[in-house]
Ligand binder design. Structure first.
Ligand code: 5GP
Ligand code: MN
Length: 345
């Protein structure tokens, strides 16, 4: 891992040491385990250090993260909570942006974030951050923002404020962003970090169960239905797609988080190293892309579906209908045939 910029770290430490009012922490819209884990872990540590902290999430988070300490105090931004969010930010000296690289990733909160006049700190592992912060700690080589935040905390001398609850949050972020330690885990530091977290009393088996064995029966039936009825495989393009129409979501009582992990399943088919999931929302279609090897889904997503992310995990959206989005994707596959053929698994 690249060393931290010592000037950034000492400046950040001074700001945190000297805090007089509260800090606000915000992760990206549709928060996942890393967004929640890194934000709540940092919040816990800063609270233990006697700081006043508010976590605001741009949209609701799945129920299977509501065991994370501090999740009960999270403000979920919506048009009716806009005033409260603005109030919190007006009374904050610092804003921490976690697990995203551009204010556009905060969805409807974008304007509220852009109005903030205090010190902005970015702690993130997505490539290509935009220049909107005072302190930028952007390290795409990290498995997760949670792992990065843990090391930032240590580097400013706040390790003594990490406890079991905080450790659980960081562990949750690392575990979910690596798909249960399946990808982005080639650097020995990641396992060293996990090993350190266990010394705080974190129980990996318990946390794995809380996140991955906590789904509803409807969700499992939805997964089965999708795999059998809504998956198309293009073996010669090494690609598979899945889609979730509004009708299917209704049939299986869909709630946020139910489709988490779906996009990974097609990658377990022999020869498939590009997978896409299309989820029909109220006024757009959300896209999720995953790949194995060289094929850069963040570039694909940014070129065709207004998105971005990591090389092997990216997302985006389109205002096209579900049918048109799927047709667009199928047509694009021929343009990428050579690249997909070359890509090693
Ligand atoms: P997911 O498919 O799980 O929503 O997202 C996969 C990865 O891509 C995550 O790291 C997420 O932060 C990022 N991502 C998801 N949607 C977007 C998007 O619309 N724009 C950008 N820049 N990144 C996204
Ligand atoms: Mn992440």
């Amino acid at each position: 891992m690249k060393p931290f910029d010592s000037e950034v770290i000492s400046g950040l430490k001074k700001h945190i040491d000297d805090l007089k009012s509260q800090v606000v922490i915000i992760p990206h819209v549709n928060p996942d385990g890393d967004a929640m884990g890194s934000s709540l872990g940092l919040a816990r540590v800063l609270k233990n250090a006697g700081k006043k902290v508010k976590v605001i999430v741009p949209s609701p988070f799945p129920d299977f993260y509501n065991w994370l300490t501090g999740s009960e105090d999270v403000l979920v931004f919506s048009s009716s909570n806009k005033k409260q969010a603005e109030f919190e930010l007006q009374h904050a000296e610092m804003l921490f942006c976690l697990d995203f690289n551009d204010p556009a990733r905060t969805g409807d909160m974008k304007e509220t974030v852009e109005k903030f006049r205090g010190t902005i700190v970015l702690i993130d592992h997505h490539p290509y951050p935009t220049d909107f912060t005072d302190f930028m700690i952007s390290h795409p080589e990290y498995s997760s923002t949670a792992e990065l935040a843990f090391h930032v905390i240590k580097s400013i001398g706040y390790e003594k404020y990490i406890d079991q609850s905080g450790g659980e949050c960081f562990f949750c972020g690392i575990m979910t962003d690596t798909g249960g330690f399946n990808h982005n885990v080639s650097d020995p530091q990641t396992f060293q970090t996990v090993s350190e977290l266990l010394t705080y009393g974190v129980d990996p088996v318990e946390i794995h169960g809380k996140v991955f064995d906590n789904y509803s029966a409807d969700r499992m039936k939805l997964l089965g239905y999708c795999l059998s009825e809504c998956m198309e495989v293009f073996p010669e393009k090494h690609t598979a797609i899945m889609y979730l129409s509004k009708e299917i979501q209704k049939k299986f009582n869909f709630v946020p988080g139910d489709s988490e992990g779906f996009v990974n399943y097609p990658l377990s088919i022999k020869g498939i190293h590009f997978s896409a999931l299309f989820t029909e929302k109220e006024d757009h279609v959300k896209t999720s892309f995953r790949s194995k090897g060289e094929f850069a889904v963040n570039e694909f997503s940014s070129a065709h579906f207004n998105g971005g992310g990591h090389r092997n995990a990216a997302g985006g959206q389109t205002e096209l209908s579900l049918e048109k989005a799927l047709a667009k994707f199928r047509n694009l596959l021929s343009d990428y045939a050579e690249e997909l053929e070359k890509t090693k698994q």
